[in-house]
Write a protein that binds this ligand. Structure first.
Ligand SMILES: Nc1ncnc2c1ncn2[C@@H]1O[C@H](COP(=O)(O)OP(=O)(O)OP(=O)(O)O)[C@@H](O)[C@H]1O
Ligand SMILES: [Mg+2]
Length: 452
């Protein structure tokens, strides 16, 4: 499987409104602490989510699903993000909103198939011939670009790699020099270069190389210098998703012009998927790979329609199935595409396969803590009275509304020459920006006038 040269990280959700969440905040016994890892309250749901994480890690969840149910703003999406953080880098976690399946470019089943394949990882083990060591010296030669004489591009590089027992100076060409410049690789880094493909991987900083500078903007991992020779066989493992492999295989059978549309929206040929599946099965049989069932999280699941639901129900039953996590804030509602009413708009046969975790509305204390965490996350300073006032708004309107007011209030405070948000700033922000109850009342009042 030497063809997979590109290591693509599985796509992860970057949604900044949940950026404060680093885990489920559980103790060693799996019991939730009131406030930990950016999570507050919602204790039963967090404990249940912790059990789900354990089941996933033990491989006991494949082909089964979870449904988070609760009112808006009660942390359903937050819990899903926390589960992703607990699972770690190596388990694919793919998050979509149900509305995304109604794309104009692709069939619903294609969107879902891609989503499913992005949620199944393949951990691949490979032996590679590499040069590995700490960078003792590095010189990159630049020259004017042939395309644009005003731009300097790397031409070649010379670097010395050291281990505890060995030292080796390498002269490398343009492609590797370009990677060395881009990463960037500096004196003191611990790196390896694939002897066949030229891929350069930066592992961290090597301990004990003299004269190496540290740059404090970087998050640094300090590693011991390796022992033995610089040039050696190294076993590396990495996880890609089935979808990554599909794209990789598709790219090999494709013209340059088609390549441009490849990474946007494009249907992948079923034959290519079969080819990839066979390849993966082969690697597994040879002991060079294993499957890592990841999580497919579908937010606002009541937006899925009957076709999507039956597709997912079938998918859960196949060998290559991810763990399905759904979330919904609806009660009894019509299953989209039918006249049938069902709990959360989800067909009963699928509901039967799901473990349901309810989330409850927050009390004042919890709302206050969540606002504090969010303010801290956004580097916003708020005084105690203002925090109490915002908490009150959160109780009366919604947690979301209270959190949404933080940034406008900060701007108002700054305009008044202050760094700290006071009650006045919150009051002003809440008159400028309405909550839902008020906006509905407003439109009702004016409806009569407007429509006459
Ligand atoms: N228990 C919690 N601890 C910390 N932050 C939380 C918690 N619950 C919710 N939040 C934060 O509050 C905000 C609203 O929560 P979230 O988006 O998860 O609600 P939701 O249940 O998914 O709502 P909806 O049904 O509208 O999608 C987010 O910024 C989220 O990160
Ligand atoms: Mg949500």
């Amino acid at each position: 499987m030497a063809e997979i040269k590109e290591i693509r990280k599985t796509e992860r959700e970057k949604a900044s409104i949940h950026s404060h969440i680093t885990g489920l905040g559980l103790d060693e016994k799996g019991k939730p602490k009131f406030k930990a890892d950016g999570m507050v309250g919602q204790l039963e749901a967090r404990e249940a989510a912790g059990i789900v994480v354990q089941l996933i890690k033990q491989g006991k969840m494949a082909g089964r699903g979870i449904l988070f149910v609760g009112p808006s703003g009660t942390g359903k999406t937050a819990l899903a993000v926390a589960i992703a953080r607990e699972l770690g880098e190596d388990t694919p976690f793919n998050m979509i909103n149900a509305a995304e399946i109604y794309s104009t470019e692709l069939k619903k089943t294609e969107v879902l198939t891609q989503a499913i394949r992005k949620s199944i990882g393949v951990r691949i083990r490979e032996k590679r011939l590499v040069y590995e060591g700490g960078v003792k010296d590095i010189k990159i030669k630049v020259a004017r670009s042939r395309m644009n004489p005003y731009v300097q591009v790397p031409r070649e590089a010379e670097l010395t790699l050291v281990t505890k027992d060995d030292s080796m100076t390498l002269r490398v060409g343009e492609e590797i020099a370009e990677q060395l410049m881009r990463l960037p690789v500096r004196k003191g880094d611990l790196i390896w270069i694939d002897a066949n493909t030229g891929e350069v991987v930066k592992e961290g900083k090597a301990k004990g190389i003299e004269g190496a500078k540290t740059y404090d903007i970087e998050t640094v991992r300090y590693l011991d210098l390796p022992t033995g020779p610089v040039k050696k066989e190294k076993e590396i493992t990495f996880t890609v998703t089935l979808h990554d492999l599909d794209l990789n295989a598709a790219a090999r059978n494709i013209s340059i012009t088609a390549l441009f549309s490849l990474f946007t929206e494009r249907e992948i040929n079923q034959d290519i998927r079969k080819e990839v599946d066979n390849l993966v099965k082969d690697m597994i049989n040879r002991g060079n790979a294993e499957l890592v069932p990841g999580v497919l999280f579908i937010d606002d699941a009541h937006m899925l329609d009957i076709e999507a639901f039956s597709f997912l129900t079938r998918a859960l039953e196949s060998d290559l199935s991810p763990i399905l996590i759904l979330a919904s804030n609806r009660g009894i509602t019509k299953i989209r595409g039918t006249d049938i009413e069902s709990p959360h708009g989800i067909p009963l046969d699928l509901l039967d396969r799901l473990l349901i975790i309810p989330t409850r509305p927050y009390n004042a204390e919890e709302i206050k803590e969540i606002i504090k965490i969010r303010a801290n996350e956004m580097d916003i300073i708020i005084d105690n009275d203002a925090l109490d006032y915002l908490t009150k708004l959160g109780v009366e309107s919604s947690l979301r509304y209270a959190v949404e007011l933080l940034e406008p209030a900060q701007i108002i405070a700054q305009r008044n020459g202050r760094n700290t948000i006071t009650t006045e700033d919150i009051k002003e922000a809440s008159t400028l920006f309405s909550d839902t109850k008020r906006s509905v009342k407003y439109v009702k009042e004016y409806e009569n006038l407007l429509l006459k």
